[in-house]
Design a protein around this ligand. Structure first.
Ligand code: IMP
Length: 426
């Protein structure tokens, strides 16, 4: 049963897009299982850059793409992406299906996301303001509107009225204005009509693929440390980004998953608020940001940068059941005399090897220092070609986190990757 989950092993933005792009030609079906338009990956289509937030990058290759019921879907963003891709000759109609069970992000969700963040001031989570949290809130509150509802005027109208009534007090308490029902109703019905048959029961597609032993690639969004259950709560997103989320989010059992590849940057970044034990507020942090071009692809915000956190990564290896790590952006570390790895945290004189319950912002990172490398590694295609110091750095990370590092990215281009192999083999 060749099903592979690609999951972010840190705080998102680990470079999942590039690894997914390398792996999708091997897959028959690509499934996005969690999150929404808060994610973003940059594609190059016919020499032109394109940022997609919802549609899996697998759309550029042959094979079917599914946006499954664990996601929250903003149909406006979805249709814009379809238009952009089709204008560049990519046929989405035949190959993209979206779940009728996926919850719809509506104007009230985006509005309240922004109002809440503004009201929190310094305590803001730093959300992407894409309405993600409020939409998932409606889902678990059992008052959400699902993609399948866009097919029926009567159903959508009554659900919308109830949903708007539920948000009214909070929107007005923040000084906001409740959106009117009519324009939403008309716009969302029209978008539902445009999507037509693309809205369907995607769990059947996934189930059929499992039955036929097809190669399924499950594409995660965000990262383990942003997972609602395993992340740095409350500074997290509102979905299960971890590999386990792929089962519920796509509609398949855990027994169907054979490989879990965790994507980890060779250092660490985080965008938005929340604790970040290895953060560097100095020239080295700025250098990582500049060389690594660490700016959010969805919001453009500068990312916070820091050293590799092996404590957090070890936790990610465990909660995801990772079979392999793909290490990205190793080239960004070139030219640094020393490379630090956080091997433990210290809190009130105690040494911790797992993230604590609620005091992550108070821990001190305990570092090991390893020699850096100055060589240009962008041409390395096998690990043995890397400078010895880089190899030692990688080997030490493997040892600390308890998982082997397979594929290693040594530059932004697709080709600048070492140890690429068929991920479904073995
Ligand atoms: P939300 O998902 O928009 O509610 O944002 C919650 C937190 O997750 C914020 O700190 C965001 O910056 C972060 N976040 C959400 N999506 C991504 C992503 O794709 N990459 C990195 N951080 C993200």
């Amino acid at each position: 049963m060749p099903a592979l989950v690609i999951v972010g092993a840190q705080w998102g933005d680990e470079g999942k897009g590039k690894v997914v792009d390398i792996y999708t030609p091997y897959a028959d079906l690509v499934v996005r299982y969690a999150g929404g338009a808060n994610a973003g990956h940059t594609l190059v289509v016919k020499g032109e850059k394109l940022i997609l937030h919802l549609i899996p990058s697998g759309i550029l290759h042959n094979g079917q793409c599914v946006i499954a019921q664990g996601t929250v879907l903003d149909p406006e963003v979805l249709l814009r992406e379809i238009d952009q891709l089709e204008a560049r000759g990519v046929d989405c109609k035949a190959r993209l299906k979206v779940s009728d069970r996926a919850h719809v992000v509506l104007p009230q969700h985006k509005l309240i996301d922004g109002l809440r963040e503004a009201a929190k001031g310094d305590d803001a989570i730093g959300t992407t303001k894409r309405g993600i949290g409020p939409t998932y809130e409606d889902k678990v509150g059992r008052r959400g509107i699902r993609m399948g509802d866009l097919r029926s005027r009567a159903r959508l109208e009554s659900k919308l009225a109830a949903n708007l009534a539920a948000w009214k007090p909070e929107i007005e308490a923040h000084g906001g204005e409740l959106p009117a029902i009519e324009p939403i109703l008309e716009a969302y019905l029209a978008m539902g009509a445009r999507l037509g048959d693309a809205i369907c029961d995607t769990a059947q597609i996934v189930g059929d693929a499992v039955d036929k032993d097809l190669r399924i690639l499950l594409e995660g969004a965000q990262g383990t440390m942003l997972d609602i259950d395993h992340g740095t709560y409350p500074f997290v997103t509102s979905s299960n980004a971890v590999a386990g989320g792929a089962c519920a989010g796509a509609g398949m059992g855990p027994t169907a998953i054979s490989h879990v590849v965790g994507i980890a940057k060779a250092y660490a970044t985080r965008v938005g608020g929340g604790p970040f034990p290895t953060e560097l507020n100095d020239a080295t942090g700025q250098r990582l940001r500049d060389v690594g071009v660490e700016y959010g692809s969805t919001t453009g915000r500068p990312r916070r940068c820091g050293w590799m956190d092996a404590v957090a990564l070890r936790q990610a290896v465990r909660v995801n059941g990772m079979t392999e790590i793909a290490l990205t952006k190793l080239d960004v570390l070139r030219g640094l005399d020393e490379l630090k790895i956080c091997v433990a945290y210290e809190l009130d004189g105690e040494r911790l090897i797992a993230p604590p319950y609620d005091d992550l912002e108070r821990v001190t990172a305990v570092y090991e220092s390893w020699p850096g490398f100055s060589e240009d590694i962008s041409g390395c295609r096998v690990r043995a070609d890397l400078p010895e110091t880089a190899q030692r750095y990688i080997a030490r990370i493997e040892e600390l986190v308890g998982c082997k590092i397979g594929i290693i990215s040594v530059g932004p281009d697709r080709e600048a990757t070492a140890d690429v192999s068929n991920p479904f083999a073995g």
